[in-house]
Structure formats: structure tokens, C-alpha cells
Write a protein that binds this ligand. Structure first.
Ligand SMILES: NC(=O)c1ccc[n+]([C@@H]2O[C@H](COP(=O)([O-])OP(=O)(O)OC[C@H]3O[C@@H](n4cnc5c(N)ncnc54)[C@H](O)[C@@H]3O)[C@@H](O)[C@H]2O)c1
Ligand SMILES: C[C@H]1O[C@H](OP(=O)(O)OP(=O)(O)OC[C@H]2O[C@@H](n3ccc(=O)[nH]c3=O)[C@H](O)[C@@H]2O)[C@H](O)[C@@H](O)C1=O
Length: 328
């Protein structure tokens, strides 16, 4: 017996940090939706975060490298459309670590651009074939890093000026999406969040890395002099933003900056984490830091303007100390 679902959704990169938190929350929040997760399972994936969903009738997992399997993907999504009938796409899949992109820039280009463009091509063909019968939706997860080193409250019209290979792949994808919007009249929404943090984040990003180093009593490797600033967005606040935009009914091509309110420099962030881990404000955090060679170029800060998403009624709720309490 085929169960009817109101929506059938493809989540790419759903075994990663943000994707797995997304699926853990939304597969249960929307039992009337069917979710298919496609993920190649790389070093940062955490399949255990979504394994329990396999017992539910509205979740399916497919292990596939989106950058290398266009024919398989096309056959699944387009040729055999009526078997899966996927109409909604939320695209998380990417290699996401700046430091790794500095070591393997070509791999990041091949993976990040092709993984998304292969999905875009299927989306384009689906709309060509079925847009008179089905309403399709595509939300792409970009990043504030596409703006590069900004500190002037940049809005969504800001100039793309990526300063590292990872950010360049994300900016390139945004521009490819823009070309699809113009040339094929495809409605695609782009989200550009700040640094997202929360449970089950692979410990190479600064927050989970600092916690891991303190737990293992190993030095915390801080790039340069530790004065670089980032703005941190707790995972639940980002998921609420995605949910709001996804169900807003907006089907034009919009870009949304999704920013936290917690801008902090790396030294102060380490100090705050030390205070939380050791449960005292009098800890000397400097003893746990080892200053190491900085990135070739390390964006000083990302000051993005969030007025557009706030006009939809969204605002960040979890402040950094509270978010840290939830993951330490
Ligand atoms: N974490 C952040 O602070 C942050 C901030 C802004 C934007 N983003 C963006 O959000 C998205 C998710 O980030 P994350 O932190 O969850 O990353 P992550 O590295 O934790 O997870 C990414 C997932 O995508 C999968 N993936 C990568 N390439 C793939 C491919 N070719 N085929 C199939 N699966 C593939 C990986 O296996 C992994 O499970 C990324 O697009 C990233 O650029 C992340
Ligand atoms: C929006 C992007 O956020 C993440 O990229 P980012 O490089 O800002 O995150 P990191 O956690 O890697 O770095 C934050 C900050 O800490 C410094 N740092 C990091 C790791 C380390 O071992 N030592 C450090 O000192 C780093 O230089 C930065 O200043 C996210 O990874 C990305 O996907 C985004 O899109």
C-alpha cells in the first residue's frame, strides 16, 4: 500500500552537522512529509545522529556522492520521478571546512560545485517536465563567507568577495544559481548564515574543537593572535529560520542573511568556554591556548545585516552562553 505524503523532500548532506540536526527535528515535526537524505558520508558525517529515523515510515537514507553520480541521481529524481515524487529540495551537501579547503582547494571545487549543480540540473528538468502539475521548491544553504572580510553591516546585495577556497566554491555556487534564476526562470532561495554551532558538530570548528581540547587536556590551536571575530548562531535558531522561509510560501528567488547576535573574538570565545567547562570565572584561559600559524588570509569578521529575515518575524533566541551550556 502506498502511503500518501503531503510533501516529498530531498535533504542533501543530511548526515552532516546541520543536516542531521535538521532531520532529527523536522522528520518528527512533519510526519505528513517524506524525507529522503542523500549523503556520501565523509569524515564530518555522523550517521548515528539520524540512524534512529530509519525506523520511521517517513524517512529514507541513500549513500551517494552527489558530485560523481549525476546519472544515478537523474534516474532517481527525474526518469523515475513518480517513484519518489520529490518536489522540495534543501541543499546542505558541501565540504564545509575552511582549513581543509586551504589544503585541497581543487577537491573543494570539484565536490562543492558539482554536488550542487548536479542537483540543480535535476531540479531544472523536473520543473520543465512537471511544473504544470507540481509546485517545486529549492532552498540552498550558502554562507556569510561569500561576502569575505566585511564589517559594514552588509545586506543581501553585498558584493561577493570570498577570501578562501571554501568560500569561493560557495560564492561560485551562488552565482551559478543566479544564472539558473535568470536563464531558466528557476525560483531558488539562498540562505547565508553566520557560523552555526550546536550538538554533534565535528570537532574541527572552533567551538567543538576547544571543548574537545579541554576535555583531552591538549592545547587549543588558535590561529594568529586570536583577535578574529565571528558571529555565532545556535542550530535551533537556524532551523527555525529554515522552517519559516520554507513554509512562507515565497516561491521567488530570494537571498536571506541569517545572522546571530553574538559576535565575539576567538580569545574571548575560548575564555568563555573555559569558564563553562571549569565552572568558574577565575580560570586563566591563556594557559590552554597555543597560538599557531594563521590562515593565509583569515577574515577578521562578518558583520551581516539581518533585517530581511527579521521582517518575516525571525530573530535569534539562543545567546552564546546559553548555547554553550547546551553543548558542554
Ligand atoms: N557549520 C557552519 O557554521 C556553516 C555556516 C554557514 C553555512 N554552512 C553550510 O551549511 C551546509 C552544511 O554545513 P555543515 O556544517 O553541516 O557541514 P558538515 O561538514 O558537517 O556536513 C556536510 C555533509 O555534506 C555531505 N557531503 C559533502 N559533499 C557531498 C557530496 N558530494 N555528496 C553527498 N554528500 C556530500 C558530507 O558527507 C557531510 O555529511 C554546508 O553547505 C555549509 O557550507 C555551514
Ligand atoms: C560561516 C562559516 O563558518 C565556519 O567557518 P569558520 O572558518 O568561520 O569556522 P571555524 O570554526 O573553522 O573558525 C572560526 C574562527 O576560529 C579560528 N580557528 C578555527 C579552528 C582552529 O583550529 N583554530 C582557530 O583559531 C579561525 O581562524 C576563525 O577565526 C564554517 O566552517 C563554514 O562552513 C562557514 O560557512
Amino acid at each position: 500500500m502506498t502511503i500518501h505524503f503531503d510533501k516529498r523532500v530531498l535533504i542533501t548532506g543530511g548526515a552532516g552537522f546541520i543536516g542531521s540536526n535538521f532531520l532529527s527535528y523536522f522528520v518528527r515535526k512533519y510526519p505528513n512529509y517524506h524525507f529522503t537524505c542523500i549523503d556520501k558520508l565523509n569524515y564530518a558525517s555522523n550517521f548515528e545522529n539520524i540512524a534512529d529515523l530509519l525506523q520511521l515510515n517517513n524517512f529514507k537514507f541513500i549513500k551517494l556522492d552527489l558530485s560523481e553520480s549525476f546519472e544515478t541521481l537523474y534516474s532517481m529524481l527525474v526518469t523515475n520521478f513518480h517513484q519518489m515524487e520529490i518536489t522540495d529540495f534543501i541543499n546542505f551537501a558541501a565540504e564545509s571546512c575552511v582549513d581543509r579547503s586551504l589544503i585541497s582547494p581543487l577537491y573543494f571545487t570539484k565536490n562543492n560545485i558539482l554536488a550542487t549543480q548536479n542537483v540543480l540540473e535535476c531540479y531544472r528538468e523536473l520543473r520543465n517536465k512537471y511544473s504544470h502539475q507540481y509546485k517545486f521548491n529549492f532552498i540552498h544553504i550558502s554562507t556569510d563567507e561569500v561576502y569575505g572580510d566585511i564589517n559594514q553591516n552588509t545586506d543581501e546585495q553585498g558584493t561577493l568577495c570570498p577570501t578562501n577556497p571554501y568560500a569561493a566554491t560557495k560564492a561560485a555556487i551562488d552565482l551559478i544559481i543566479q544564472s539558473y534564476q535568470y536563464s531558466y526562470n528557476l525560483p531558488i532561495t539562498i540562505l547565508r548564515p553566520n557560523n552555526v554551532y550546536g550538538p554533534n558538530q565535528y570537532p574541527e570548528k572552533i567551538i567543538p574543537l576547544t571543548i574537545k581540547c579541554l576535555q583531552e587536556q591538549s592545547p587549543i590551536p588558535i590561529h594568529g593572535d586570536g583577535t578574529n571575530k565571528r558571529c555565532y548562531l545556535y542550530i535551533s535558531d537556524f532551523l527555525h529560520a529554515i522552517d519559516l522561509i520554507w513554509h512562507s510560501g515565497i516561491s521567488t528567488s530570494e537571498i536571506y542573511n541569517i545572522g546571530g547576535d553574538c559576535e565575539i573574538d576567538n580569545n574571548s570565545l575560548v575564555k568563555l568556554i573555559c569558564q563553562k567547562v571549569f565552572k568558574t570565572n577565575s580560570v586563566d584561559h591563556t594557559q590552554y591556548i597555543q597560538y599557531v600559524k594563521d590562515r593565509g588570509y583569515n577574515d577578521k569578521e562578518y558583520s551581516i545585516n539581518n533585517d530581511k529575515i527579521r521582517q518575516l518575524g525571525w530573530k535569534p533566541v539562543v545567546v552564546l552562553p546559553e548555547g554553550l551550556d547546551m553543548i558542554i
